[in-house]
Design a binder for this molecule. Sequence first.
Ligand SMILES: NC(=O)c1ccc[n+]([C@@H]2O[C@H](COP(=O)([O-])OP(=O)(O)OC[C@H]3O[C@@H](n4cnc5c(N)ncnc54)[C@H](O)[C@@H]3O)[C@@H](O)[C@H]2O)c1
Length: 267
Amino acid sequence: MSALDPRLAREFGLAGRVAVVTGAASGIGRACAVVLAEAGAQVVLADIDRAGLAETAALIGAAATVQPTDMARRDEIAALAAGALGVHGRLDIWVNCAAILVRKPIVEAGEADIDRVIAVNLKGVYAGCAEAAKAMRATGAGAIVNISSAGGESSPPGLSIYAMTKAGVNAITRSAAREFGAWGIRVNGVAPGWVDTPLGTGGFRDASGALDPTSYAAGLKARAAASPLGITGEPRDIALAVLYLASDAARFVTGQLLRPNGGIAMP
Ligand SMILES: NC(=O)c1ccc[n+]([C@@H]2O[C@H](COP(=O)([O-])OP(=O)(O)OC[C@H]3O[C@@H](n4cnc5c(N)ncnc54)[C@H](O)[C@@H]3O)[C@@H](O)[C@H]2O)c1
């Protein structure tokens, strides 16, 4: 078997690049950080969960640094970009992955629920795009990847707040792609289908957070059955899509939404 062609390794590789990943303490964000580091990038891990950040950093080793960051706070997001520049002297990639989800019917959701989710999922991504672009535009190149969701297009019942924020993320992605293109910065979205993570399994947990094995097994089966491939996703499936969009292999790609979802939706 022949090795990966050096040209392909250059196009898909991230040697010498610096990447910020938000939501890096768990699930898809953790997988993104690991995969970007495997591709050769130095990664700056951001999240509010310090213990989870330390676990991700331990998985990656020397290529990782940690900057605890609340993506609901603009000052901390600006400090995250400044911190990456301060440590590494450059910023090439920014993955907006942190998000939260509230499961409530529209008639039961309150102002506090709406504000809490918008603060992280929508304002956090908006600020992440802005601070990343300010840090990247000096170098005349960069890639921003916003993690959206299949729910942003399918709007499932009980997930209205989450879905509207993800639809907003798709809008931010397009606006930013148009505004930042002249600076050589590409902006794309990734809209995963269901993935087995703490956020994904939230619907199968009781009030204490314990997983109900029966509803988990049934939920997994139903989600797999909705896919023409008969499978559900793993965090790494999403991280590999992010790697493509972050790499030079995607130099002609901006303002797009990539949908690693097992084929559950084909808009
Ligand atoms: N799991 C799925 O089925 C699925 C499907 C579609 C899209 N997504 C998206 O993938 C992304 C990652 O989700 P996941 O499934 O890995 O969930 P997860 O719960 O495993 O990870 C989310 C991370 O975001 C962090 N976070 C929450 N609030 C934060 C804040 N204010 N500041 C900084 N970090 C914060 C959490 O601490 C956690 O580490 C999210 O954008 C989510 O909407 C997930």
